[in-house]
Design a protein around this ligand. Structure first.
Ligand code: ADP
Length: 476
């Protein structure tokens, strides 16, 4: 299968291509993605620029129909799309199907949202004058997406962009072109005018800077790593270009003595290791109070080693491979770093299984302190560390002692502590007796500090980024 670029309503091949390899079985080449050049990207931006004014004046009904069509087809094909996603990214099949379904639901949400747009009509403070406050599209939006949610993240950027009347150029991650291609193939049949949605595959380091440099791009929505995000923010700042960034996390999960042990263990097992820990909301710092510590660690360890690691598409597998060799090396090096800093590592070794893939055993690092690198830097793999603390106050202080602020959780049966934690956690998303990962699609997603920059994604808050507010005064 060849995944071509989609520019101005037409599929376009490129001279060079990038192979799409199955991380569960590196002998399985899924397809070849176009390797777009800067000139291809410029053409896509030109197409979006030309299409933007027309789509900006589309009616709520047109927007609803397009978004509803896309959502309906994704949901009808969730099994097939989920399988493709799991094959190229490595999350288990149930996770892949769940993600595909999520993408469909996001389009359905924004279909409804297109009909719900409203503004304010106010009396002026001056006599006889009326004031209208309305939202206009931003124009051309560049969407840069990562590999860990190959269909859901493109969906949660594309859907609001279309809903609020923008034109876009999507640049998906190099490792997962098939899901983005399948999504845009559906979009291409949804009744949008040519040029409203464009897709360009290629190297982020080459195309990303051009996306920001090109004067016809009005805004950038990016999800990816902190260093890349920082560079994008700086470049957008110099251009005064609107920007929205979602980056990493080092998400704390506090376990208090009064927690229900089963809930705590289940929550951490899911939060730390599901999706191979490759979620920016993964629970990677488990902060556990003294009395429950040993029992919690022993039970979590037993459950962790029982996790079935293997080919993502095999029935019964609970943890798929790491996405590629570079990420696997990074995970293993963090396991070594944690050990050399004095942490006690359980699991975390490379695995040789029936198929040649990027497999590793999940890792639990105990006896760590919050100043160790394993607790300061994002690993982005199935590696969780445990910090032992005295009481709730120390747990909260440790939870907040981080440069990140995406998601934070607490397991407790104390209403007082749950309530206090919700109020005083510095993270953008707070979970009580739930994993730090796993969020709804109809409410805002995002963090504080080094995790996020700009306005929130998802839910009706997405309007902040994809529109510009206009205030009009009339003297009738
Ligand atoms: P990861 O380590 O998770 O791959 P990256 O930040 O490198 O995170 O990648 C996220 C997205 O950003 C991908 O689509 C990638 O191609 C793109 N990207 C990489 N480098 C740049 C850059 N310099 N400017 C803009 N986008 C980039």
């Amino acid at each position: 299968m060849d995944y071509k670029n989609f520019i101005g309503g037409a599929w376009a091949a490129t001279a060079e291509s990038i192979p799409n390899i199955n991380p569960s079985d590196t002998t399985d080449t899924i397809g070849f993605a176009a390797k777009g050049t800067v000139s291809d990207l410029d053409k896509a931006i030109d197409a979006a620029h030309e299409a933007a004014p027309g789509w900006a004046t589309s009616t709520p009904q047109q927007r609803f129909d397009v978004l509803d069509f896309i959502g309906t087809e994704i949901l009808a094909r969730e099994e097939e799309l989920g399988r493709l996603l799991s094959r190229e990214e490595g999350k288990t099949l149930p996770e892949g199907i769940g993600e595909a379904a999520r993408a469909g639901q996001i389009f359905k949400f924004f279909a409804g949202e297109a009909l719900r747009q409203s503004g304010d009509h106010l009396a002026s403070v001056r006599p006889g004058i009326e004031v209208d406050v309305t939202r206009s599209p931003v124009g051309v939006v560049g969407l840069i997406t990562p590999w860990n949610f190959p269909i859901a993240i493109p969906a949660w950027k594309l859907a609001p962009a279309i809903c609020f009347g923008n034109a876009v150029v999507l640049k998906p991650a190099e490792l997962v072109p098939a899901s983005a291609h399948a999504l845009v193939e559906i979009v291409s049949r949804a009744g949008l005018p040519d040029g409203v949605v464009n897709l360009v595959f290629g190297r982020g380091s080459e195309l990303g800077p051009r996306m920001i440099d090109n004067e016809k791009v009005n805004a950038i929505s990016f999800t990816g790593s902190v260093p890349t995000g920082r560079g994008i923010a700086a470049a957008c700042g110099a251009k005064l270009k609107k920007v929205q960034l979602e980056m990493g996390g080092k998400n704390p999960m506090v376990i208090l003595d009064d927690a229900d042990l089963d809930v705590a263990v289940e929550t951490c097992l899911n939060g730390a290791f599901f999706s191979t820990g490759q979620r920016c909301t993964a629970s990677s710092r488990l902060i556990v109070t003294e009395k429950i510590h040993d029992q919690f660690v022993a039970t979590l360890y037993d459950r962790m080693v029982a996790l079935k690691v293997g080919h993502a598409l095999e029935a019964g597998i609970q943890m798929g491979p790491v996405v590629d060799n570079r990420q696997l090396e990074q995970n293993l090096s963090y396991v070594d770093i944690a050990s050399s800093e004095g942490g006690k590592v359980l699991g975390g070794q490379r695995l040789d299984l029936a198929t040649k893939g990027f497999f590793m055993a999940p890792a639990l690092v105990t006896e760590t302190s919050n100043d160790m690198r394993i607790n300061r830097e994002e690993v982005f793999g199935p590696v969780a560390s445990v910090v032992r603390v005295k009481d709730y106050d120390e747990a909260l202080a440790v939870a907040n002692d981080t440069e990140f602020g995406l998601s934070a959780g607490i397991c407790t049966t104390s209403l007082k502590h749950a309530h206090h934690f919700k109020r005083n956690s510095q993270a953008g998303m707070v979970m009580v007796n739930l994993p730090t990962a796993g969020v709804d699609y109809h409410v805002p997603f995002g963090g504080t500090k080094g995790s996020s920059f700009g306005s929130r994604e998802q839910g009706r808050y997405a309007a902040e980024f994809y529109t510009t507010v206009k205030t009009a005064y009339t003297l009738p």
